[in-house]
Write a protein that binds this ligand. Structure first.
Ligand SMILES: *Cc1c(COP(=O)(O)O)cnc(C)c1O
Length: 451
């Protein structure tokens, strides 16, 4: 039976209380590769990718269309991960020269890659066009000319989508809808001038006027860690209406709508993960309904999940060091459990108060649990890994602690603050551990320091 969320599906506990993932005991792993280290359950990550593709393909099939799933590489990308995703029938979504190059170096065909970015560099556009990426997602009006120029120089017609903002925001358990957006991505579908033309519509017309560009789709990404499909269904209807309006104005019917990523996951025990199949059906059915309402054909669909594929398949393994009981104003105590990493490898808690779960994983303990705060080794009091968690009262230096659901936005957001090298990533599967990203060393950091 798969382990319960938020742990990877192959997580087990031996009779002595030791955790294993992918058939590899965490104590063996810590002894051979050291800590901190990120572990990824390869089979779990691949199964999540496969389920995501099947969910959207099935939902699309029910309304007479098809769907592609692009894995959002920013969640966590390495060459191995890119190959796993493509092997499971997904494509790769990238948003920088590093992500794009990593996908290409993994052997992913350009046609299966998308390029995003609100401020793409010349190098990113040049490489994308040279390697024939399947879509460049245009994010601003000036970018229409930039992409057209690069395509003209290369003598190709570049496939582009336009990223729009619908006023729909979801994530972090809330859903809001406003007419105007105060953020850097995309172009609003709402009119902002006396002529009544929206920035999105103006950009769509500009793209259609350029023979070097092929307008293949319209894109919307409404947020992240979304646990309810309502925001997606509202955005879907808005995209269908925009597509219908463009067809009325120009006769051009856009072939594809992309509804972005953002499907949420369970981070804590007892939290429910969204049912991906039901989620996919709600979104796709909303598209189909809006198409009936506007009397337009159902478009091809695409989606860009990252977190929901990567986060639950990964954990971070730390060794416990200093333990300190601090007396609180109210007379109580808080136990600070310091680990050998921290905000350098795990920024989301410090950055936006994300909640995580941790457990003692190197042994069983019958000691009564105490309220603890797991902190790192960095020189900042905000260096918190898990704000509040119950851990056995006998937790001690040398114990191994695992933090669950760190597979997305963990390694990919890591820094070398305090010149602490970043942990490596080890894939575990059927009793075998394979390092897919090696641990950084102080020598690696010094190699950049020209003295
Ligand atoms: C971040 C992002 C995604 C992935 O979001 P998740 O929450 O990881 O699923 C997809 N598309 C775009 C454009 C993004 O910016």
């Amino acid at each position: 039976m798969p382990a319960a969320a938020p742990w990877p599906s192959s997580t087990r506990r031996t009779a002595t209380g030791e955790m294993s993932i992918g058939g590899v005991a965490v104590t063996d792993l810590a002894a051979t590769v050291g800590t901190p280290v990120y572990l990824v359950d390869e089979d779990d990550m691949r199964a999540r990718a496969r389920r995501m593709r099947e969910a959207f393909t099935d939902a699309a099939g029910r309304v007479g269309t098809d769907a592609e799933v692009y894995y959002a590489g920013k969640a966590f990308l390495s060459r191995a991960v890119a190959r796993w995703m493509v092997a499971e029938g997904l494509r790769i979504d990238t948003a920088s020269l590093g992500e794009l190059t990593t996908a290409l170096e993994a052997g992913v065909e350009g046609a299966l890659i998308g390029l995003h970015g609100n401020n793409k560099s010349d190098a990113e556009l040049d490489l994308a066009i040279e390697r024939g990426v399947g879509r460049i997602v245009v994010d601003s009006l000036p970018e229409v000319d930039r992409v057209a120029r690069v395509a003209a120089v290369a003598g190709v017609v570049a496939p582009v989508m336009l990223r729009v903002t619908t006023g729909v925001h979801a994530g972090g358990h809330e859903f809001i809808s406003t007419a105007h957006e105060d953020q850097k991505f995309g172009l609003s579908i709402h009119a902002e001038d006396e002529r009544g033309q929206s920035p999105a519509m103006r950009a769509l017309h500009a793209i259609l006027s350029r023979p070097e560009l092929d307008l293949i789709g319209i894109h919307s990404h409404i947020g992240s860690q979304i646990l309810d499909a309502t925001g997606f269904t509202a955005a879907a209807a808005a995209l269908v209406e925009l597509r219908a309006a463009l067809e009325r104005e120009t006769g051009h019917l856009v072939g594809e709508l992309d509804l972005g990523g953002g499907i949420g996951v369970a981070y804590l025990p007892g939290e429910d993960e969204p049912d991906v199949a039901a989620f996919a059906r709600s979104i796709v059915d909303a598209v189909a309904q809006a198409c009936r309402d506007t009397d337009t054909p159902v478009p091809h669909l695409s989606f860009e999940p990252g977190r929901s594929i990567a986060a639950p398949a990964g954990i971070t393994l730390y060794t416990v060091g200093t333990i300190k009981d601090v007396r609180l104003e109210d007379g109580g105590h808080r136990r600070y459990v310091a680990v050998d990493g921290g905000m350098g490898d795990h920024i989301r808690t410090a950055l936006y108060g994300a909640e995580y779960h941790a457990e003692l994983v190197s042994r069983a303990s019958a000691a009564a649990p105490v309220l603890c705060r797991v902190v790192g080794k960095h020189c900042e009091s905000g260096d918190i890994v898990v704000r509040d968690v119950m851990l056995p009262g006998d937790i001690a230096a040398g114990d191994l602690l695992a933090v669950a659901a760190t597979g997305a936005y963990g390694r990919s957001m890591a820094s070398t603050y305090n010149l602490v090298p970043r942990p490596g990533v080890v894939a575990v599967r059927e009793g075998t551990a394979t390092t897919i990203v090696r641990r950084e060393s102080v020598a690696d950091l010094l190699a950049l320091d020209l003295g």
